[in-house]
Ligand binder design. Sequence first.
Ligand SMILES: [Zn+2]
Length: 440
Amino acid sequence: MTQITCLHPAYIIPIEPAATVLRGHSLVMQDEKIIAILPESEARQGYPDANHILLDKHALLPGFVNLHAHSAMSLLRGLADDLALMDWLNDHIWPAEKKHVSDAFVFDGTVYAMVEMLRGGTTTVNDMYFHHDAVARAGLHTGMRTIVGCSVLEFPTGYAQNADEYLSKAIEAKNEFNHQTGVSFRLAPHAPYTVSDDTFHKIIALSEQHEMGIHCHIHETAQEVNDSLKQYGVRPLKRLHHLGLLSDRLIAAHMVHANEEEIVMLAQTGVHIAHNPASNLKLASGFAPIHAMQIAGVNVGIGTDGAASNNKLDLLGDLRMAALLAKAQSNNPTALDAHAALKMATLSGAKALGMDKEIGSLLPSKFADIIAIDLSAIETQPLFDPVSQIVYAASRNQISHVWVHGHCLMFNHGLTHIDEEEQLDKAHWWQERIANQVTH
Ligand SMILES: [Zn+2]
């Protein structure tokens, strides 16, 4: 049976058309789709029998797209901080993952991360981890739109023994869940320094055969670039270009170290960037030249990275950080203005995933992935410009309502079908287990 809901907010920030704020308008959704955005009086007259929801202190936006995450790592949050990337990975994260990562860990950790993300207005996550089927099940359980990035490495983990096994498990998981709404799959070679040329060739072939996008950490640190120069005689991006990896199917996470020639290469090949400002700052990886990339026409979205290196899965906080960093890094206060920052966290992320016809903005015929943010708090008044308040002043706690694929997952700050107490119990259970095993 078809259900029509009319939302009557104070503001609609549709992202498309660009830099638009609608006042006195309503959004109408039918089942999973947005069907109209029109003046409130017309919506009330035209849809008298609909479910009418008054949001007169709120702005409506498309849900945020988290373009780079390792959701299950939420269970490792705060386990080891204040370290360089390779020390952090080699001495802490990879050993902890080796001990604990299992189907149950990934399912529980991914659901837990998704609860945090949904509460903060993120409706789509582009994940990268192991136990691909557990990530997919977590997405179906929470209702979050989930892109399962199937990690591929040369070395063994508890999940697979070698690159071929990671790849075969990726295709298996994709085939098992492909028909499910809201879940899709990408191949996720971990990084140029953990994946061989041979495996990259296989990934390119499988990506074409199965129409799967690719998601890879690239140029995260200066060390990665220097090591590649020693080992291969070229910087990683050039090596990947020679292998044929660079295309609009690729999302490059980080790209902190990009020179002018590389920015042109990214623009010409259509590679999308997942910018992770908080993770890059915390690991002192450097400052991605986001403003220069945007001028060159490179599409950039925003990611949180894993909760062990951010440590918040807070797209609203991170888009503010991206705006501030872009200004500082380019020595230009007009860089990444408030509207552009919101677009980066929504439509640009959707475009990177090849989903910009379906999500990322509030337009009739798109899926109803929508959030409402309450701007009546002390922190966001007086209100001259809702976009300025959302980007520079609001916090994620002000996000009050979330719909994904037309389903209401949070209403007036309360999750509609996930028990938060139960989630906290699970986090405590894992904490005990991980803390005990780490110290002994
Ligand atoms: Zn990452």
